[in-house]
Design a protein around this ligand. Sequence first.
Ligand code: ATP
Ligand code: MG
Length: 614
Amino acid sequence: MSSENKEAAAPSDFIRDIVEKHVAEKKYPQIHTRFPPEPNGYLHIGHAKSICLNFGIAHEFGGICNLRMDDTNPTKEDVEYVDSITEDVNWLISGWASQNLGLKSKGKTPDTSTSNGKPDFHLAPAFGSAAVPAAAASPGPEPSKRDAPETGALLEPFYASDYFDQLYEYAIALIKKGQAYVCDLTPEETDEYRRQAKESPYRNRRVEENLDLFTRMKNGEFPDGKRSLRAKIDVTSPNVWMRDPLLYRIRHAEHHHTGPKWCIYPMYDFAHCLSDYIEGITHSICTLEFEVHRPLYDWILENLDLPRPLPHQYEFARLSLGYTVMSKRKLMQLVNENLVSGWDDPRLPTISGIRRRGVTPEALRNFAYNIGITKYNGITDVAVLEHAIRDDLNKRALRRLAVLRSIKVVLTNYPEGKIEELDAINNPEDPAAGTRKVPFSRELYIEQDDFREVPPPKFFRLKPGGEVRLKYAYIIKCDEVIKDAGGRIVELRCTADLDSKMGGATANRKVKGTIHWVSAAHAIDAECRLYDRLFTEAEPEKDGRDFKTVLNPHSLEVVTAKCEPSLKDARPELRYQFARLAYFALDKDSTPGKLVLNRTITLKDTWAKDARKG
Ligand code: ATP
Ligand code: MG
């Protein structure tokens, strides 16, 4: 594989400008970001944008970034998702920002030098931990047993649920200050009261009563929905999030990480800002829909009288990509209704699907860097992603000869039993990749598309009576078309110009077309899965349409390709270009006895061509 693939230069945007200013001012001892997914599904390419932003900032400014499971809702979350998220983040940052990953381990001190010479490991919790009320007496996140890895191997993520004890103590602190109360309205009533800017009749409960009821909520005395803890802020605020929002609710449910310990769970808004604080996050970066939550984020931190500095929230526009759907809820629908083969179906925009398809982390990071960070929501053209993938694969892919839909060619003037080993270039972009031998013989396969009995104008491939060059080999001429009883073409009888091979007398003779081929006797079969866009429309949900009505029925086609024999040694970490066709990567279903390859992307943008054709 080529080592020439360069990482895109660090971009500049409004968030990085802010961070840069803070670094210059020495506002914080160290920049500390986090990526906080909820483990309620697999990560998608939108999350990749956020991962590249948060880890990118840590990487560029000598900081650290925590991977934190935002796991406050026990009924929707699962360890399967925790594991897949950890794997996906690790895959995306490995060898790039893995040295900037926040560590829970307090064991061995890892290598502290980075390319920019700044320290890059930091042991969380940072300054935030000092501020936990004494009563909490919680040790904070469990120190990891694992040592820091040599080269960014899998590390344990942080969990918001590890802070449940501390969060509970923070809630008690707010109650004691008269800034939180236990409310007996039902969830529906609470919503209605907040909509109408009405005070709850329980708003003015005494502190002692609130403390007693909250303790009993925690002890499991009440059923789900019976009571809640709410912040006492301002029910008439123009920002509904400030209208006495819920801080805790009752959920008698086991949690994937804390087990049966809790039956009250903190709400996102309460848990998130405090988790940021506990971990010493300086820049809490999230998508635009959280902008309206920011006053609440600040209110909670400020009203707990925590030692400064406090983390600050910054918002950017989420990624929306053409020809796909993004939210975990919708992706789950596709998975659960068997419209795709699983979360890692190569047609999905999930990180695991994209990885399985054969896209490299470098390509995904370059894409994330290229699209930039703004404050404006919009749809990114999928061509931008496809360009990043082609650009990356062009540099690294090993070229191979393979025929996806074959038609037999017999060279009538080529000796039977003769085999030539021809030299073929592995990667014209990377001379170090060298050459290999490809066997040539009397019977070959070529692509059905490379022959036309009745050719359209300017068809420079093979036609009756016409000539074409076989890549790395001879010029051939089609003399005869053999058909079966049904009129289907089964074989082409051709003659080769036996002097036209490289070094031969007629080697420089010009013919307009060059096509690829495989020696029939030497060909090995491979199942090739040809993927296309999952939807036929750029905006599957436009005007409220059900996205399932515009699924592309041709998003997967499976063919048995005839491949040059060297592909029997295909390796999962390598990428291949089938000459003139597409890029391929080995699928996890591949076995030594049966090759299975995924088409990552075609060489050219066939959609743009089709669109031009109208
Ligand atoms: P989804 O709707 O897909 O479930 P989410 O926002 O609920 O997305 P989280 O697990 O909460 O998913 O997201 C973790 C982080 O990733 C958050 O900071 C969120 O803002 C960010 N994120 C989620 N979707 C996108 C996206 N499309 N583009 C950029 N960042 C995103
Ligand atoms: Mg969500």
